[in-house]
Design a protein around this ligand. Structure first.
Ligand code: ATP
Length: 355
């Protein structure tokens, strides 16, 4: 089969790390004979300047025709405020394609500066419910201010949403050597909302007797992650808890430049690094491309399993090996990893391993 993959560069460092990602993905595809059609799709500030919209008309129709895409970070904080054509496109993509599982690995590498050098965990974060006000209501906003001195925010947890993300996490845990799943919540306080999430995870665990299942309260989890992150394998949790814990996990293994991610739904997946658009370092050519490249690697693996295309799984394996080889050699690394290489030099070094 020929995979149809979109290229959405996003903003700021997205314009630097996405081209490196596509370069490496193309090299991996070529190496194992995987057929891919690439589709550049305008999005973000560049699209606003050129086409008058951060999510130009026709984008969703185009994405409908694709199997998945690489989305660079979106710097929506810098978009003009209050204009209907300068919206943050990201929540729209997540909702429209029901990208309910945000999968965020944290893996340490010996030789790289990090707090721990033996961590290998994955946080699976529910992506479309929870506290974020831009995605937990059909219309309007999940935060409102009835009086100048009071704000009310709502949190949405559904059985269906909890079940979907729990299943995705158990499926992932099943493929890993330790086969262990930890559900994180706070059902002692959020008795109904976290309670429902926990109930669904517990019920789902019955369908996965081969996976060792346990639960940890979110505050305890914060402590355990800091003290002994090696004990965790796959962690599933609700939206905001997952957002916070995954940044903490990234910090334990070397920072946001080392934090890839994939947002997956029933039909499509979106490679998207955990980090933001990092306007403070944009345009300098110093951003670490690892997180975006490994997000692309996750997309290949997901597409390979989804479409039963062994060449895509092979391309993912090759990409991982190439990245690990460059890290092991330690000669071409960006500044955040203790090296002096530019974004492009690191991308080139990884792609060269796939030649
Ligand atoms: P968002 O809210 O959109 O997630 P943020 O405000 O959390 O974004 P980031 O843009 O992720 O912030 O940046 C946080 C810090 O991490 C910044 O100092 C940034 O330079 C650094 N950073 C982020 N991504 C990278 C990267 N790929 N390489 C090197 N440094 C990075």
């Amino acid at each position: 089969m020929t995979l149809q993959i979109g290229i959405l560069e996003g903003d700021d460092i997205g314009l630097e790390v996405v081209p490196e990602t596509i370069k490496v993905m193309k090299a991996a595809a070529q190496k194992c004979g995987l057929s891919v059609n690439w589709h550049p799709v305008p999005i973000g500030m560049k699209a606003y300047k050129e086409l008058g919209h951060t999510l130009p008309p026709g984008t969703l129709e185009k994405l409908d025709t694709l199997d998945g895409w690489v989305l660079g970070p979106i710097g929506h904080q810098a978009y003009p405020k209050g204009l209907p054509n300068a919206i943050n496109p990201h929540p729209i993509l997540r909702k429209h394609y029901d990208l309910f599982a945000n999968i965020r690995p944290a893996k340490s590498y010996a030789g790289l500066p990090s707090i721990y050098n033996d961590v290998d965990l994955i946080i699976v974060r529910e992506n479309n419910e929870g506290f974020p006000p831009d995605r937990n209501v059909f219309m309007g906003n999940g935060e409102f201010r009835p009086t100048p001195d009071m704000t009310i925010g709502i949190r949405v947890i559904t059985r269906q949403g909890s079940r979907k993300v729990a299943r995705a996490a158990f499926e992932l845990a099943r493929t890993r050597p330790r086969k262990t799943m930890t559900a994180v919540h706070k059902d002692t306080v959020f008795k109904l909302a976290c309670g429902m999430f926990a109930e669904e995870c517990r019920l789902m665990s019955k369908e996965y007797p081969d996976v060792t299942y346990n639960e940890v309260l979110v505050d305890t989890m914060a402590m355990k992650l800091v003290m002994k992150p090696q004990q965790f394998d796959v962690i599933v949790t609700t939206n905001t808890f997952g957002d916070i814990l995954s940044d903490a996990a990234a910090g334990l293994v070397g920072g946001l430049g080392l934090a890839p991610g994939l947002s997956a739904g029933p039909d499509r997946a979106m490679a998207q690094a955990t980090h933001g658009s990092a306007p403070d370092i944009a345009g300098k050519g110093i951003a670490n491309p690892y997180a975006m490249i490994m997000s692309g690697q996750m997309l290949y693996a997901w597409l390979g399993h989804k479409h039963n295309e062994p060449k895509a799984v092979e391309a993912a394996d090759l990409m991982e090996q190439a990245v690990e080889a460059v890290i092991r050699e330690g000669k071409v690394l960006t500044g955040d990893l203790g090296g002096k290489a530019s974004t492009r030099e690191m991308g080139d070094a990884i792609a060269a391993k796939l030649a």
